[in-house]
Every structure is written in C-alpha cells, then in structure tokens.
Design a protein around this ligand. Structure first.
Ligand SMILES: Cc1cc2nc3c(=O)[nH]c(=O)nc-3n(C[C@H](O)[C@H](O)[C@H](O)COP(=O)(O)OP(=O)(O)OC[C@H]3O[C@@H](n4cnc5c(N)ncnc54)[C@H](O)[C@@H]3O)c2cc1C
Length: 538
C-alpha cells in the first residue's frame, strides 16, 4: 500500500476527524467555543484534536465551482449562526471582516454565490487552525481499526509520497461527504482506464478540474468537426455542466455543423427544486428530532414526499436560464433557415433528451467514441444508438464508502460483520433497536449474506440488461440522535476488551436524521450536538 516508509506519532488524540469539509469545520468551531468558555474540566482538557483531509488545502466542491453558480441555501445557515449567532465563524462576521457587509445587504438576496461561500469556508478553516485545531491536508484516511486497549487506530496515506501515517484517538468523527455515484452501465468503462480515454469520461464532481483536458482530447484531430458530448442526469449539476460545456464549446471551431451537448434524462422534463416557504420547514433543526423518532415507514414516506427539495431537481433560476438558451437556439435556427444562402456556423446546441433509459454503453477504441443504446423509458423499446465524443455523469453521490475504511473487527463491533460494499447497511435510530431486532433479525449474529452473483460485468461494454440484481437483506447499524454509532452487545466479543472509543458520523445519516443531513441546513446545530455528546460522561 505504501511507497515510502510509514510513520506513527506517540500522541493519543482526544478526537480525530476524517475529512475537513463544512461538517468537521463546523464541529471545530463548536469545540473552540467550548475551549474559550469551558464550563467543566472535560471541556478544558479535551484539546488534542486532528482532522485528516485528503485535499491539499481547504476546498469546497472545487470540481463544481463554476462561474455564476449560486448557493441553494440562505447565508444564515452557515457554520454557526443557527446554534450560536455570536460566534466568530458566522457568514456575517466573514462579510464584516472583508468590508462587504453593506454591499452584501444591498444585493438584496439571501443566497451568496458558490464562489463567495467557498471563500467564506476557507476563511473559517484558517480561523479554526489559528485557534488550536490541527488539520493535516493531503492525508487520505485509508483504514480505521481498533487498538488492543479499545482505542481507534486511524491510518492515513500521504497524497504526495504515499507514506502511511498511524494515529491513535479516543474518539472519531467521520465526515467524508459523498463520493461520485456512477451508473452501473458506465462503471465498467470507468474502470478500464488502460483502454478508455478517461479524460473523456468524467463525473461532475471532477468537472471543473478536468474539463480543459476533456476538450483538448476531443479536439486533437486535425480538422475542426462538430463534437458531441452527453451529460447524464437531470439535476442541478447536470444543468450547470450542460450550460458550461456549451459556453466552452462555443470557442472551438466546429466546421459547418455545430457542436452538440445532449442531456440524457429519465424524466419527461427537468423539474424545479421545491424551496418554497412551507416545504423549507423540513430543513429546520427541530425537524431532525421528529424525523429520527418516526417509524421506518414514516421516514420513507417523508423522504418520498420531500425528495424534490434536493434530488434530481434544478433550481428555478437555473431552469429559467437554461430554457432561455434553448429558446434562443430556436430563434437562431429560424433565422438561419430563412437566410439559408448565408454561410453561417451555428453555435453549440443543447438538446434535452427526455424519458431516456440507457440500456448499454460501448467504447470504440479506434474512434475513441462512446455509443449508447437508448431505450424509451415509457415503452421500454430500444429506439436509438447514439455516439458521443465524451460523457459527463452528473449522477449524484453515494455515501457508504466510509464503511469500507472500517476493519472487520470494528464492523463486527457494530453488528455489520465483514460486509462487503454490495451488502446494504441500514442505519436505524437507536430508539427503534428493540423493534428491529424482533422484526428483522437477531443482529448479534453478524451474518452478511454476501451474494456472489452481483457485479459481473464485461470489460469493455456494459449493459443494464445483463446484471442480475438479487434482493439482499440489509444489515442494521444503530445510531443515536446525537450521531454516535452504537456497538452491539454480542456474546462473540464480550470476552474481548470493550471498545472505549466513540465513533460519530456526520452527513451520512440522511435515513435516520432527515434530508437536512447531507446539506448545510443543520451543520451548525449538529456540530454542537456532536460536541456535547463527545464531552458527555455516558
Ligand atoms: C456542487 C455542490 C453544491 C452544493 N451546494 C449546496 C448548497 O448550496 N446548499 C447546501 O445546503 N448544500 C449544498 N451541497 C451539499 C454539500 O454536501 C454540503 O454543502 C456540504 O459540502 C457537506 O459537508 P461535509 O463536510 O459533510 O462533506 P464534504 O463537503 O463533501 O466534505 C468532505 C471532505 O472529506 C474529505 N474526505 C473524503 N474522504 C476522505 C478520506 N478518506 N480521507 C480524508 N479526507 C476525506 C473530502 O475531500 C472533503 O473535503 C452541495 C453539494 C455539491 C456537490
């Protein structure tokens, strides 16, 4: 695993945080408040904290920091205001210390640009580091295990030289955010980097960092020609990427026909996100407790009811901008057709291809192009084969890869045995543990039914038709209202040393704590709750 020699420090940390995005940044702000005005000895002595962050410096979703992108949330839902409006880490304090408070007020809007908010977060990161919080950037956490005395061993790998570093901690907070979700039909090609030109196959999370290389790859042939790029997905990122690609392609000669950016979407049309007054109440901090105490069926109902506040939807302003572009295209087409004698190269064209189900995808090594077989999502009939020079998957994020970091021994502690990534983990509110044990399984068994029929995929083409999906019974993982994972009491591990360390998760528990969880909505309040629990005796 390592390319250099490994190192370990003798420090035993009070807390290690995995990832240093808004969740752990807010947590460090809440800790600093405790240090500034400690009310007991444990608050005074809980001092040695370390955050391990994979990126080389503080950055907030750099791959989607596109020009003109706006926040989807009020600036008041920053790292601190809802919990502690007097905190030094508020967005208002950031504005004030940069001399922009009045100018911001004059904007007359609650939503900053994404660029400004990212700058605010970077400013906050510098603040907490200046106030005693250690952050090791460029360290990717690769393994989490248990020591013989019941503490946690965290192994991180340097992104620059590959060296492994070992850290020991009494408490762990996992806040790694989401990782790219790639559609099954695309995944095999993503993994074939020796054959597929990976610079032409991206996920939106890496878009801004890699789009220049993508364009360079597809324009490397000698004569200008019309290029075709497919964007898979119908959410906010898909809309933003589509418009950005159109802008970038408009600077590239295309011969006589225009470039084309196709959005491939499952629905009949792009849908607006619901951020209306009453729907927004679901994101209030008080909503977390209600969600947590609701039955599993109730939570599923709430998720379905409020899904369009966040998933597979586009902000109404972005929708309006995109519609305007497509309308202008129609105007231009009419004018060009009327003046057909005039030699004119049309600009790049956006097409929204609706009710699309991607049946399969092939890569042609010779022409370095991708060919989709498309089904009509309504009739299920195959209706087209479409070839593209590049693909951007704006297909969202998954939030379970953190489980892979845990050693088998730790997984056993939490009742999830040695489950592979193909076995779903069901987070369950601790209050409902007794019900689940009776209704679903004896969770002390630690059994994982790992199916071996899943994920058999051809190497260079793939299809949704030939992957046999077997229903797999999820394994329960219990979590408290204050975000602590609960070890199970099992006879198999009773004879061993008890696990003294506490493990918390943030931003990964939407199922138990509600739709706010993956967003910024409750980041400040959640940080306070986790810190209170960390400093509590029980
Ligand atoms: C483009 C985009 C725009 C968004 N806009 C909004 C918005 O306007 N409003 C809103 O409420 N929400 C928005 N969100 C949701 C977003 O998830 C939250 O804003 C917020 O980033 C969540 O913070 P986090 O710290 O939990 O996760 P992240 O911000 O994802 O941070 C996790 C950090 O952990 C690091 N990490 C991951 N794995 C490891 C590892 N193994 N070792 C070390 N470090 C690791 C990552 O590098 C990252 O820095 C947006 C999301 C995206 C993708």
């Amino acid at each position: 695993m390592s390319t250099g020699s490994d190192s370990s420090s003798s420090t035993i940390y009070d807390l290690i945080g995995v990832g240093f995005g808004p969740s752990n940044l807010a947590l460090s702000g809440a800790l600093i408040e405790k240090w500034t005005t400690p009310s007991n000895d444990s608050e005074k002595s809980f001092r040695t904290v370390l955050f391990l962050e994979r990126q080389p410096s503080f950055q907030w979703h750099p791959g989607m920091l596109l020009p003109g992108a706006q926040m989807q949330i009020s600036f008041l839902k920053d790292l601190a205001t809802l919990r502690s409006p007097q905190s030094a880490l508020t967005f208002v304090n950031y504005l004030h210390s940069h001399g922009r408070l009045t100018a911001f007020i004059n904007r007359g809007s609650f939503t900053p640009s994404r660029r400004e908010f990212a700058d605010y977060l970077g400013w906050a990161a510098r603040y907490v580091e200046e106030h005693g919080v250690n952050v090791n950037y460029g360290q990717e956490v690769v393994a989490i295990d248990e020591s013989s005395d019941g503490l946690i061993i965290v192994t991180s790998r340097s992104i620059t030289d590959g060296r492994l570093n070992i850290h020991i901690t009494r408490n762990l907070v996992l806040s790694p955010g989401g990782s790219a979700r790639i559609p099954n039909v695309v995944l095999p090609l993503m993994n074939e980097s020796s054959i597929v030109d990976r610079s032409t196959l991206l996920h939106s999370s890496e878009y801004k960092n890699r789009v220049a290389k993508l364009l360079k790859s597809i324009t490397s042939s000698t004569a200008p020609r019309p290029l075709r790029v497919a964007v898979i997905g119908g959410g906010q990122s898909a809309a933003e990427v589509t418009m950005n690609l159109r802008n970038l392609l408009s600077n590239i000669p295309s011969g006589n026909a225009g470039h084309q950016v196709d959005m491939l979407i499952r629905k009949g049309s792009l849908k607006p996100s619901d951020d209306s007054h009453f729907s927004n109440e679901i994101f209030a901090p008080e909503g977390t407790g209600n969600w947590f105490s609701t039955s599993e069926q109730g939570r599923e109902y709430l998720m379905a009811e409020y899904k369009d506040t966040n998933y597979s939807v586009v902000n109404p302003c972005t929708l309006a901008a995109l519609h305007e572009i497509i309308y202008d295209q129609k105007v231009e087409e009419t004018i060009t057709a009327r003046n057909s004698g005039v030699q004119k190269t049309p600009g790049p064209k956006i097409n929204i291809r609706s009710h699309i189900h991607i049946a399969s995808l092939k890569y042609d090594v010779g022409s370095q192009t991708f060919t989709f077989t498309l089904r009509n999502a309504l009739t299920r009939e195959i209706f087209e084969h479409e070839t593209y020079d590049a693909i951007v998957c704006a297909t969202g994020y998954q939030r379970h890869s953190w489980i892979e970091m845990l050693s088998d021994r730790l997984k056993k502690r939490f009742g999830i045995g040695s489950c592979g990534s193909d076995v779903p983990i069901r987070l369950v509110p601790f209050a409902q543990r007794a019900t689940y044990m009776v209704e679903t399984r004896d969770d002390s068994s630690n059994v994982c039914n790992t199916p071996d029929s899943i994920a058999t995929t051809p190497s260079i083409s793939s299809s949704t038709e030939n992957v046999s999906q077997q229903e797999v019974e999820p394994v329960n993982l219990y979590i408290t209202r204050r975000y602590r994972l609960l070890p199970i009491a099992s006879s198999k591990i009773e004879s061993e040393e008890t696990l003294k360390a506490r493990i918390y998760i943030q931003g990964l528990e939407e199922a138990t704590h509600g739709l706010s969880d993956t967003l910024l909505s409750v980041v400040s309040c959640r940080a306070g709750e986790v810190v209170d629990d960390l400093l509590s005796e029980d």
